[in-house]
Design a protein around this ligand. Structure first.
Ligand SMILES: Cc1cc2nc3c(=O)[nH]c(=O)nc-3n(C[C@H](O)[C@H](O)[C@H](O)COP(=O)(O)O)c2cc1C
Ligand code: SF4
Length: 440
């Protein structure tokens, strides 16, 4: 009998991963306000390393304080951050798990701005249509500074002994704001044609390569399609799969080692992470955003008032028809156009579905977020022959709706014997006690 493809090592140009399941990026406000990391983040990542994933792709790691989306995320914007990341890598590696850092800049898309910078940077000076976060149009000098920040951050990842970097080119953050014709309204070298809109991403990738050399793993997470009209159908669609296929070819030419396929030009977005939009649950935490965007009060009130809240729920719920493997069609299109490995995110939690996605050539590996939050040991369960976890993720999105206010974890009470058991699972990330680098 052939060996199970899920457990066949994945060979990137510069990195080997022991199996085909990578933990997808999952943010969580575990860290200190100033961007220094904590023991809780290490504990969080260890849950997945122990559970058997081949690699972890980190949460959103800001390369610059102005690119932060909320305070309390560990950053990699200065050399004195390196010891924390080294320690994290050291502990994750002890479980034969690789660690790839997602280098990110939010641009105008931020949830809680914090005290340092009120306005985000963007390709445009128009606030985003969903929350109305204010921003300023970047000057060419600011663009060059951001490119430099990414290259410096990548060097820090390498110095920390970690296994690679992922440029967060997806989900509405800075690079999407440049790539998207629905957002980018510039008339200079960074706006207009697809070549110009992709310039920032390609300059960043080349600057990282120049800094870390050709033998360090570098991948890009990209939204195959913007689906800019998903909530408000009167808006333009934005980037198409044909555009993205061209950009991925350019990325390969610029020595990128893998493409991580996602979707949507905001985060969250009805198609990412696809699943429930329980307005009652959302209003419990959306107040955190209220003072940050010009549309946030509108959204908050709309979500409290029937039948306007029904409009939001219905627009969101459209994606529920197919969650597991919903991005495979786009992954296939990209895979047909490039020779580097393609990773696909979105709803994977069934071994037979994952196997088929790989053997049919739609992607080389899958990345998983929520189903691994629900079942940290999902890969071990697959290794024992289970096709699915006995208590699978329900895609209720309560983990997401809590993430800005409460510790990240699975909040689907129905999956636990009691509320106390659910809370114990959530709070376990604060145990064992602080890592030596924590402030007293
Ligand atoms: C709570 C939460 C936090 C997330 N944080 C990030 C992030 O920091 N960076 C990112 O690229 N994607 C992030 N994502 C998206 C996931 O990485 C993943 O691509 C998406 O949820 C679809 O996969 P899934 O169906 O396996 O959850 C997050 C998702 C969730 C639910
Ligand atoms: S709260 Fe739990 S069940 Fe619901 S989407 Fe998140 S991980 Fe899945």
């Amino acid at each position: 009998m052939d060996a199970d493809v899920i457990f066949k090592p994945l060979q990137f140009r510069n990195l080997t991963v022991k199996n085909r399941i990578l933990r997808s990026n999952i943010s969580g406000r575990f860290d200190n306000y100033d961007g220094s990391g904590t023991r809780a983040r290490i504990n969080w990542e260890l849950k997945f390393a122990r559970g058997g994933v081949g690699a972890i792709v980190s949460s959103f790691v800001p390369v610059d304080v102005r690119g932060r989306i909320v305070p309390n995320y560990a950053a990699i914007d200065r050399d004195d951050r390196i010891p924390f990341w080294r320690e994290l890598g050291h502990q994750v590696h002890a479980h034969d798990c690789r660690y790839i850092v997602q280098l990110a800049h939010g641009g105008r898309q931020r949830d809680v701005a914090g005290v340092e910078f009120r306005r985000g940077l963007s390709s445009t000076d128009k606030p985003d249509p969903l929350h109305g976060f204010p921003c300023e149009r970047m000057t060419v000098e600011q663009i060059h500074d951001v490119v430099r920040s990414f290259a410096d951050a990548a060097r820090r990842v390498r110095t920390a002994g970690l296994d690679g970097v992922e440029v967060h080119g997806a989900n509405g953050y800075l690079f999407t704001q440049f790539l998207s014709p629905a957002t980018n309204d510039r008339t200079d070298d960074y706006g207009g044609s697809l070549e110009n809109r992709a310039r920032l991403l390609l300059e960043t990738v080349r600057a990282i390569r120049a800094e870390v050399g050709s033998d360090f793993h570098l991948q890009v997470k990209i939204s195959a399609t913007d689906d800019h009209d998903a909530v408000f159908p009167w808006l333009a669609k934005g980037t198409t799969i044909d555009d993205t296929v061209r950009v991925c070819r350019w990325l390969e030419e610029a020595a990128v080692d893998a493409i991580h396929v996602s979707r949507g030009d905001s985060f969250p977005h009805p198609n990412n992470p696809a699943g429930a939009f329980d307005v009652k649950e959302v209003v419990k935490t959306y107040d955190v955003l209220l003072s940050n965007g010009s549309h946030t009060l509108r959204n908050y009130l709309a979500m409290r008032v029937w039948p306007i809240n029904l409009f939001f729920r219905l627009r969101w719920d459209k994606s529920r028809a197919r969650i597991e493997g919903a991005n495979l069609g786009n992954a296939r299109r990209i895979k047909q156009a490039v020779t580097i490995p393609v990773l696909c995110t979105g709803g994977f939690q069934t071994a037979s579905v994952i196997r088929k996605a790989i053997t049919s050539g739609d992607c080389d590996a899958v990345t998983i977020a929520r189903p691994l939050v629900a079942n940290n040991d999902l890969v071990a369960l697959f290794a024992h022959g289970l096709d699915r976890a006995p208590k699978p993720c329900t895609f209720c999105n309560k983990c997401l709706h809590n993430v800005l206010k409460n510790p990240i974890g699975c909040y689907e009470e129905r999956r636990f014997a009691s509320r106390e058991e659910m809370l114990a699972q959530i709070m376990s990330v604060f145990d064992p006690p602080p890592y030596a680098g924590d402030s007293p």
